[in-house]
Design a protein around this ligand. Structure first.
Ligand SMILES: Nc1ncnc2c1ncn2[C@@H]1O[C@H](COP(=O)(O)OP(=O)(O)OP(=O)(O)O)[C@@H](O)[C@H]1O
Length: 249
């Protein structure tokens, strides 16, 4: 990790994201300020994962824009379930995937690269796991491994999709410490979370999503009972067969 950080913000303008003709994120505008630490919360199916994938450049907007302010170096922690744990790959190699943008497809990893991967494994408490196949890890160890891959990416914007899901309290606490460190270093962190107590305690900013942005700002103001009720009512009213609105068409 370097001490120097490049400020990185993201501005959304009237952003609509669809799957087929169905809107998953609907006319959302707002800004993730450089260096901010934001929780994205909302009911199941609210569009949180779709938004994160779009921020990572993996899902093209149907309409509206995602504009980067400053650095666009982004790293995504996908949901744990998205990792193919049956694939026979060693932990060191999973971490070194994070170096691919720098190494390219054809340059062999150097001794320094391998040392970097080992240092990242040590930082997440997985020293000695270098040659272990990923399929032999517990859920918590796998999440630690994915955090090690994030560490070597040295990104300015970190997108975390349910980073503490299915992991025990000790692992959560250790990984949360890394998130705090990233924030302290001036990186921009955006995390999808379901644990609202954790959000209240640790995340100064919150985007509450229910396809539309119900609230986006200081956590205390966003996580009100009234907003939570509104998000739940919108989720209950969703018609999954409905097509995207005319404005987005
Ligand atoms: N690949 C896909 N094809 C079709 N529809 C999809 C696809 N991925 C997501 N959707 C739909 O888009 C909507 C938003 O899904 P998304 O996964 O973004 O929600 P989420 O807020 O992350 O939900 P959860 O909290 O359950 O993870 C849902 O109605 C979902 O069924």
């Amino acid at each position: 990790m370097t001490g120097h950080r490049h400020p990185a913000g993201i501005r959304l303008t009237d952003l609509t994201l669809t799957h087929g003709r169905r809107a998953a994120v609907h006319h959302v505008s707002g800004r993730f300020a450089p260096g901010s630490l934001t929780a994205v919360v909302g009911p199941n199916g609210a569009g949180k994962t779709t938004l994160l994938r779009a921020l990572a450049g993996l899902h093209k907007p149907e309409s509206g824009t995602i504009a980067h302010e400053g650095s666009a170096r982004i790293a995504l922690l996908p949901q744990l379930a998205a990792l193919d744990r049956a694939f026979p790959i060693a932990c060191r190699d999973v971490v070194m995937q994070g170096l691919w943008p720098r190494l390219g497809a054809f340059r062999a990893a150097s001794r320094e690269d391998r040392a970097l991967a080992e240092k990242a494994l040590a930082a997440v408490g997985l020293s000695g796991f270098e040659d272990r196949p990923v399929g032999s890890l517990s859920a918590g160890q796998t999440q630690r491994l994915l955090f090690a891959r994030l560490l070597v990416q040295d990104a300015d914007i970190l997108l975390l999709d349910e980073p503490f899901n299915a992991v025990d309290a000790k692992t959560s606490a250790d990984l949360l410490r890394l998130v705090r460190d990233w924030h302290g270093e001036g990186r921009t962190v955006i995390a999808v979370l379901h644990d609202l107590d954790l959000v209240q305690r640790e995340f100064p900013q919150t985007l509450m999503l229910a396809r539309d942005a119900i609230a986006w700002g200081a956590t205390d103001e966003a996580l009100t009972a009234a907003n939570r009720l509104k998000a739940r009512m919108m989720a209950e009213a969703w018609d999954d067969a409905a097509e995207t609105c005319e404005r987005a068409a």
